[in-house]
Design a protein around this ligand. Structure first.
Ligand code: S3P
Length: 734
């Protein structure tokens, strides 16, 4: 409980702060101070404050003093406060720039007072004055506090608590950082809006201009309706930071002018496409979260209702592996590549963003269509900062090979899950080729890649079967001296080899080896991405385990390096038929018809393991619903996927009443009756989807926590489930 809160300056911000806290009951009394008698009178009448007093009377004996006067008046006000005995009062302010306020406080008090907590609520409106006071003004708005090294932590905590009581989202930042950020995100746009309106208004034809000014002009200049005096103050107060951001912007504006002058449509398209995406993913990009909002991720829970059958005809989204490669090779090609069926999931979008960051102009995605303006094998530019790849291991491993061969340095980072995954499997052979790559401890991300190295081809025999390692080395091999040859201990997906050939790039080798040499070029082409068999797998299992099911999955990619799931389910007794087999852009595609059938446990043949490596979470659900025991061995790779898929699936199945025994490189599952209960998706998309379909055979609802990453590979999973009769939804939604 705070005794007396004094708010000096009863404008929109001060009035709203006072009113909100008065209503919150957090303060015994709220006293207002304002030079304008009319404002003082209104403040009391409108219930904004309990009463008004003069500055000295109000402040002596106060517990908290909030300074909400215009930013240039702040200096004078601090001077007066320095002459009063403020006791232990906590002093705070709402100024839009912080450097000048802190400087002024230092000057008048001789040192920065320990109980001074500079702050800035990022809220406001074009309205002003105490009559616009609104107790809800700060709800869900950011408030930035900029404590100094000697700020009293208790004073900071108190101010933090007051803003939180108003529903604000409080963050702490350094003074200088605050002023830089605000100059760019708030002050510059206001300057542009005021400047543009004034510039147009001065012209002779201004009446015409304003008459025809439609939505765009109105939207862009809305903030030119803001209080001129306040903004004049802000630009004077935050002069240095504003000048820096303005100079950078002027430089970029000149570049745009030059592009228009030179008729350089490519440059314009580049700026516009990057800007459009940046705006869409603004918050995430700012927080370097790429696309998935981690805060939301931890809380997204799915609930699967027991029972049901699976019927209909659906097409699942595009293949993730092929989508990544389409962006990569399309970017490195000469000419314009058109892509259809691109997976608009977070992982493939992370790859897309990485290439945009490296200067490639990519239009779309729009309903799975992309136009990639290739820059050629040597046309990539350094990204402006670390390349953030979210949850996507494929992006990081393949890009490592490509970037090791570029003339510039790169840093690759990822989210918490990706940051735990082993990267030495690519770093080690790349170093043998002459690459210079640093990793964090134990070969984990981030990867720091030194450019400008000349690479030499190697013959590499992979210790474990991995398409990511193979693809990484083949991409590096496009730039290496001599031949780069990769031999795999077991067949892995060969999309890279197929697509390289599709782009007219020769790939040698046969059977277990693939090899490339530098010196050829990639020629732009058209790519049709088939539906992802890894996403289809959930529905293949769903229809197999649920009585009465009859489902057709259309246009599924059935590349023989990916069809292990079909073979394993058939061994278990599933009723699957592959129909209408055809080839689309170098990849085999078919419709898969699946009907319910009783399943039995099997020992999974070792040769099928790499061909079904991503499908095991779904296959484990089939095993849990089968009669008898299923045994998997030789699948240690599962322990280092987006989660430890052996342990996490074992924990979930046990929670649902199934007997399982995880082993070092696999699992033994005794089929049985699935109960309901709670399981954890561990932020792994395939775990979340596997337990979702398990609900078809559960005796009670299954609650699956931490499911947001489903969007990495299958953004419309819940919608398609609903369409075919699987009753799974976000908790709280039907
Ligand atoms: C992928 C290869 C596989 C797979 C991953 C995608 C690819 O990983 O699990 O989801 O696109 O090359 P490994 O190559 O590590 O087995």
């Amino acid at each position: 409980m705070i005794g007396r809160l004094v708010v000096v300056g009863l404008g929109l911000i001060g009035g709203s702060f006072a009113k909100g806290l008065k209503e919150s009951g957090l303060c015994r009394e709220v006293v207002g101070v304002d030079l304008d008698p009319q404002s003082r009178k209104l403040a009391v009448e409108l219930g904004v404050v309990d009463r008004c007093e003069d500055l000295a009377t109000a402040c002596v004996g106060a517990d908290v003093i909030q300074l909400a006067v215009p930013i240039l008046a702040m200096e004078k006000l601090l001077g007066v406060l320095a002459t009063l005995d403020l006791g232990d009062a906590v002093l705070t302010d709402v100024g839009s720039a912080k450097g000048n306020v802190v400087r002024a406080a230092r000057e008048v008090f001789g040192t920065t007072p320990a109980r001074f907590v500079p702050g800035h609520p990022i809220a406001g409106s074009e309205q002003s004055g105490v009559e616009a006071s609104n107790a809800q003004l700060f709800r869900r708005h950011k408030v930035i506090l900029t404590p100094l090294p000697d700020t009293d932590p208790q004073a900071l905590a108190l101010v933090d608590r007051m803003w939180s009581a108003l529903g604000a989202d409080v963050e702490h930042m350094q003074v200088e950082r605050h002023d830089e950020v605000l100059a760019a995100t708030s002050h510059l746009p206001h300057l542009l809006a005021f400047g543009l309106v004034d510039s147009l208004a001065k012209r002779n034809e201004n009446l015409e201009i304003f008459r025809y000014a439609a939505g765009g002009f109105r939207d862009f200049t809305r903030i030119a309706g803001s209080d001129p005096v306040m903004w004049h103050d802000i630009f004077l107060a935050n002069r240095e930071a504003v000048l820096r951001t303005l100079d950078t912007f002027r430089h970029d504006l000149d570049a745009l002018r030059d592009a228009v002058d030179a008729g350089d449509g490519h440059q314009l398209l580049g700026v516009f496409t990057r800007a459009r995406v940046a705006r869409e993913h603004f918050g995430n990009i700012l927080a370097r979260r790429a696309y998935v909002d981690k805060a939301a991720a931890d809380h997204l829970t799915f609930v699967g209702q027991p029972g049901g059958s699976v019927r209909g005809k659906i097409r699942v989204p595009g293949d993730k592996s092929i989508s990544h490669r389409a962006i990569m090779l399309g970017s490195l090609a000469e000419g314009t590549t058109e892509v259809e069926g691109f997976l608009e999931g977070e992982d493939a979008l992370a790859t897309l963003q990485a290439f945009r960051d490296m200067g490639v102009v990519i239009e779309g995605p729009h309903h799975g269509r992309l136009t990639i303006h290739g820059v050629g094998l040597n046309g990539l530019k350094p990204a402006p900062g670390p390349i953030y790849l979210g949850n996507s291991g494929t992006s990081m491993r393949l890009l490592a090979g490509l970037l090791a061969a570029q003339g510039f340095d790169s840093v690759l980072t990822g989210d918490a899950s990706l940051s735990r995954r082993p990267m030495d499997r690519v770093a080690k052979p790349l170093r043998e080729m002459g690459a210079v790559i640093d990793t964090a401890a134990q070969g984990r991300p981030p990867l720091t890649i030194r450019g400008g190295q000349s690479l030499t081809g190697i013959r590499y025999v992979m210790p474990v079967a991995s398409a990511q390692v193979k693809s990484c080395l083949l991409l590096a091999g496009l730039y290496a001296d001599g031949t780069t040859t990769v031999t795999e201990p077991a067949p892995t997906r060969d999309h890279t080899e197929r697509m390289l050939r599709g782009f007219g790039y020769p790939v040698g080798g046969n059977g277990a080896t693939a090899s490339v040499e530098a010196g050829s070029t990639l020629k732009a082409t058209r790519i049709e991405v088939p539906a992802d068999i890894s996403s289809a797998a959930f529905f293949l299992v769903a229809a197999s385990i649920a009585k009465g099911s009859d489902l057709v999955l259309e246009h599924v990619g059935v590349n023989p390096t990916r069809t292990g799931v079909i073979d394993i389910l058939r061994l278990m007794g599933a009723d699957l038929s592959v129909q209408n087999l055809r080839e689309v852009g170098g990849e085999p595609v078919a419709d898969v018809h699946v009907r319910h059938a009783p399943l039995k446990g099997v020992v999974i043949p070792a040769a099928l393991v790499p061909l079904a490596i991503d499908e095991f979470p779904a296959i484990f659900i089939a095993a849990a619903c089968a009669e008898g025991r299923t045994v998997l061995r030789g699948a240690q790779a599962l322990r280092v996927k987006e989660s430890d898929r052996i342990q996490v699936m074992a924990d979930g199945l046990v929670a649902l009443g199934i007997k399982v025994e995880p082993t070092a490189d696999g699992i033994i599952i005794e089929g049985g009756k699935l109960g309901g209960g709670e399981v954890n998706g561990h932020g792994d998309h395939r775990i979340a989807m596997a337990f979702s379909i398990a609900s078809l055979r559960a005796s009670a609802p299954i609650r699956i926590r931490d499911c947001a990453n489903v969007t990495t590979s299958f953004p419309n999973f819940l919608a398609l489930c609903g369409q075919v009769g699987i009753r799974v939804a976000q908790e709280g939604q039907s």
